[in-house]
Design a protein around this ligand. Structure first.
Ligand SMILES: Cc1cc2nc3c(=O)[nH]c(=O)nc-3n(C[C@H](O)[C@H](O)[C@H](O)COP(=O)(O)O)c2cc1C
Length: 193
């Protein structure tokens, strides 16, 4: 598979911003079940092998999951502070949960779980996110989950882009490109900033 043309711009931005741990955080917007927007920060975990799909992780019990099941459309907004550029990545989300029967995706879900730190894995054993907090502090110190076998509520979340907009503030004047996926092909055009 040849990688999408916007991938080299993202790879370059990741490289030039590699000293900033938070350059791997981006905002991911979904649509609430009432049609209004929802937005949150997530960690970029690389691309799914042999695809242009961005990998994230999330908890099946979190609100975004219900939103995604109802409407898979999403937009990520990713700002790289060192190089002063923004990517807006628009596409469909694919949830890979415990019950996903596609071997490649289930394998990727397992591999992603195994690559997590113990602290990151532990969060999936915490009480239900978004539910009222109780005084039971022990609930947040559960036994460490198995590092090989993901907990059932652990989801791999994939974003399959169909449009990527890249804005570079550096340069006089600024640069802005629009990449679009149509008829299984990417095209790119320069647009006004
Ligand atoms: C720096 C940072 C990184 C985060 N990374 C993730 C992540 O990778 N996955 C995730 O589901 N939530 C992550 N969160 C928490 C989300 O922003 C959000 O609070 C949570 O997922 C619940 O969102 P929801 O109610 O819309 O589902 C992160 C938060 C911060 C501040």
């Amino acid at each position: 598979m040849s990688v999408a043309p916007w991938r080299s711009a993202i790879a370059r931005a990741l490289h030039q911003n590699r000293s900033l741990i938070y350059a791997r955080y981006l905002q991911l917007a979904t649509v609430r079940t009432n049609g209004r927007p929802a937005n949150r920060t997530v960690v970029f975990r690389g691309f799914l092998e042999d695809t242009d799909q961005l990998k994230f992780i999330t908890d099946a019990r979190s609100e975004k999951v219900e939103q995604i099941l109802q409407k898979p459309w999403a937009e990520a907004c990713w700002y790289f502070p060192r190089t002063r550029e923004q990517f807006r990545i628009h596409g469909r989300l694919i949830l890979v949960g415990n019950d996903n029967s596609q071997p490649i995706l289930q394998k990727a879900r397992y591999a992603t779980w195994q690559q997590l730190s113990d602290a990151a894995r532990l969060q999936f054993a915490w009480p239900d996110p978004g539910k009222p907090r109780t005084n039971n502090q022990d609930a947040f110190a559960p036994p460490p989950p198995n590092s090989i076998e993901p907990l059932a509520n652990f989801c791999l979340l994939l974003l399959a882009p169909v449009e990527v907009e890249h804005l570079e503030l550096q340069g006089e004047p600024q640069n802005r490109w629009l990449y679009s996926y149509d008829h299984q092909e990417w095209s790119v055009k320069a647009i006004n900033p």
